[in-house]
Design a protein around this ligand. Structure first.
Ligand code: XLS
Ligand code: NI
Ligand code: NI
Length: 436
């Protein structure tokens, strides 16, 4: 035990009426929701980087947080892990996610980095064994170090490509060793700053070559988890190749990899791409590539990837609605890729941020399940398309342009516009969410 969280108690479910800040009002792991335990639906995860590695800096100023594990060396890395696992336990968080660079100190060579990573992930393995915490996904940080400034897989320098491949291998090995449910690839520097020095076609081929190697290696080591790409349109690069779900799917299809890879969709990234979160989820579900989610939202005014904890129940409800409708998570889950505001200095801020986020997810999930069970939304959606289920509709779908022309000319076809009933549907959604 460390002293970091002082006398903050284990967070337990007390129900919506409680005044206790250090209790869940909605997150009740064993509660059955749509035929499954709430914990098994949500599969909540803490993001190691934001909660334990991030120092509170912004573009105008550096560290604001004071954490006893900040600094170099393996001893501090172990202290960081001790505190992280204490937090998982206090919150009853079943999963966590990490990058290599979050958990081990940066060494002088690749070999030293690898040794550090193996040592700290062995330390994790022992803790996971005793606490029961599991790994939702592992990933490689191929964006912070200056060697990645011009990209990792899409770098103009093949030596950076090789270094990136070796780093991914190390992170896949660590994820596999820890029984991770997924492996994530987020291409923070896979994009460009200016087209004047960029060969788009070549960089796409390089990205596909790396992804194929990742898939080959997954099968070689028998990793059963899902490979996930996390779309994001920009930030840090001006233009990122994995712009949004549609773009990622087009890329996968182009290189014949669409059956091997799914997406990890982040709410804030969806907004940056000019979509809603539920748009990205619904599209991924319809393409069969919905994998997992990062639930952090953005500030709607600033236009930055602000990585805030979720706090809007109706938004989250619509997201889980898409997830439930597609059958729920399999290997995926809900990662709080979210950080505190830089003025939120105290250990209790870290705990309460997660408590609030977990409650919002729980309420959103319950509302989504209620909406699905209510059934009216899907009924009205189906009614809108009912014409296509009739014999006449099927005939229209199968006919050629010329046949359709004959059909229209020889009959009395007079399509009548019908209401889309949008406001009625919005009222219905609000009414069900309010009651859930
Ligand atoms: C950054 C991304 C990152 C990924 C993991 O915007 O969200 O945190 O989730 O590399
Ligand atoms: Ni992000
Ligand atoms: Ni993310």
């Amino acid at each position: 035990m460390t002293s970091f969280f002082g006398d903050i108690p284990q967070i337990r479910y007390e129900g919506p009426e409680t005044d206790n800040e250090f209790a869940f009002r909605h997150y009740n792991p064993d509660e059955m929701v749509a035929g499954r335990r709430m914990e098994d639906h949500l599969r909540l995860a803490v993001a190691y980087w934001h909660s334990f590695a991030w120092e509170g800096g912004d573009p105008f100023g550096g560290r604001t947080f004071d954490r006893p594990w900040f600094g170099d060396g393996m001893e501090l890395a172990r202290l960081k892990a001790d505190v992280a696992f204490e937090m998982f336990r206090l919150l009853g968080q079943p999963y966590f996610c990490f990058h290599d660079a979050d958990v081990r100190p940066e060494g002088q060579s690749f070999a030293e980095n690898l040794r550090n990573l193996e040592e700290i992930t062995d330390y994790f393995a022992a803790k996971m064994e005793t606490t029961g915490t599991q790994l939702l996904w592992g990933t490689a940080n191929l964006f912070s170090h200056r060697r990645f400034m011009s990209g990792a897989a899409t770098n103009p320098d093949p030596e950076v490509f090789a270094w990136s491949a070796a780093t991914i291998k190390a992170c896949m090995d660590a994820t596999h060793k820890l029984g991770g449910a997924n492996y994530v690839l987020w291409g923070g520097r896979e994009g460009y700053e200016t087209l004047l020095n960029t060969d788009l076609g070549r960089e796409a081929d390089q990205a596909a070559a790396m992804l194929s190697k990742v898939i080959d290696y997954k099968h070689k080591i028998g990793f059963k988890g899902t490979i996930l790409i996390e779309p994001k349109p920009q930030e840090p690069t001006k233009h990122q190749y994995d712009f949004d779900v549609a773009t990622v799917y087009g890329f996968l299809k182009r290189y014949g990899l669409e059956n091997e890879v799914k997406v990890n969709i982040e709410q804030g990234h969806a907004i940056l791409a000019g979509h809603s979160f539920e748009h990205e989820l619904a599209l991924a579900a319809s393409l069969g590539i919905l994998g997992s989610i990062d639930i952090n939202r953005n500030d709607y005014q600033s236009g930055w990837d602000t990585d805030q904890f979720p706090n809007n129940v109706p938004e989250v409800a619509l997201a889980y609605y898409e997830i439930l409708k597609s059958g729920g998570f399999t290997t995926g889950g809900t990662n709080f890729d979210a950080k505190l505001r830089r003025q939120s200095l105290d250990p209790e801020d870290l705990i309460l941020a997660h408590v609030g986020g977990m409650d919002v997810c729980a309420r959103g999930l319950k509302a989504a399940a209620a909406l699905l069970e209510d059934g009216r939304l899907e009924k009205m959606r189906a009614e809108r398309y009912a014409g296509w289920e009739t014999d006449a509709g099927k005939k229209i779908k199968g006919a050629s342009l010329a046949e359709l022309s004959d059909m229209v000319l020889s009959s009395d076809l007079r399509p009548e516009p019908k209401s889309g009933r949008q406001e009625r549907l919005e009222n219905l959604v609000n009414a069900v969410i309010e009651k859930a």
